[in-house]
Design a protein around this ligand. Sequence first.
Ligand code: ASP
Length: 290
Amino acid sequence: MKKLLIITTGGTIAGIDHGSGIVPALSGDKLIPDIGGVGISILDLYSIDSTDVTPMHWQKLYSAVTENVRDFDGIVILHGTDTMAYTGAVLAFTLDTDKPVILTGSMLPSDAEGSDAQTNIEFAMHTAASGNYKGVYLAFAGRVIGGADIVKVSSTDKDAFRSYAGFVPDKRYAFPEHGGRLPAVVRLTPFSDGPDISAPAENKAGIVIETYGAGGLPDNGITAVISGLARTMPVIVTSPCMGGTDLGKYEVGRRALAASAIDAGKRSTECAAVELWLQINSQPFENDNK
Ligand code: ASP
């Protein structure tokens, strides 16, 4: 008989609404069904709306997975959907395991009419027990998406996630012992000026700048600011659009490359920010794109 460990961390999937908005409150024993032929253990690790997630929560989750993974055939993690992409990327870049580690969540609390909570939990458990997956994935609304490639595309539709660009990490990072060196993440808009980009980077060890489409920088002071920042820290250019960036495609993208910015390629903003956080906490910065 296959043995699964279910780790709960909160989110809508554990949520109830007593009139002041949905809050995570249900423990795993109230949520996990018997799917037959699978032995279940439950670890209620913490109970937060995933908006409250911090690197400290990732540390706890990473430790819980690494300490238990040897004793089970797979792990299912119940997690809030809002920051699923960040947690998926953290685990995908740091866990080196042949076992399935399957994230899931839901858009509606388990007691809401038409809730997707039970379906998603069962889907995640079957995915983990199937023997077809190794490593970190999201199982949600019938889709199975790589852990570093998760993007939430709807705050209302039950089919809320997509694969961003098919990104699969080809290297692993040690989980940071301290993780205190943080990246800045900023969004480029037609209203942005140089200080909008440089101010958030102060006291940070790297910056992700989410631009547009295939990626690029405008013909104004921002590019000079980026060029200056790139001398002291990694500057990663990402896109809000699924499919990711290709900085060689347009002149505006080549402008970013000329400013020594790094092309995120198939990495979503969340994925690039997580990898940057892991990089800046594990090795000194060297920009080889100069
Ligand atoms: N705000 C919730 C969370 O991320 C949303 C959800 O779980 O669907 O925890």
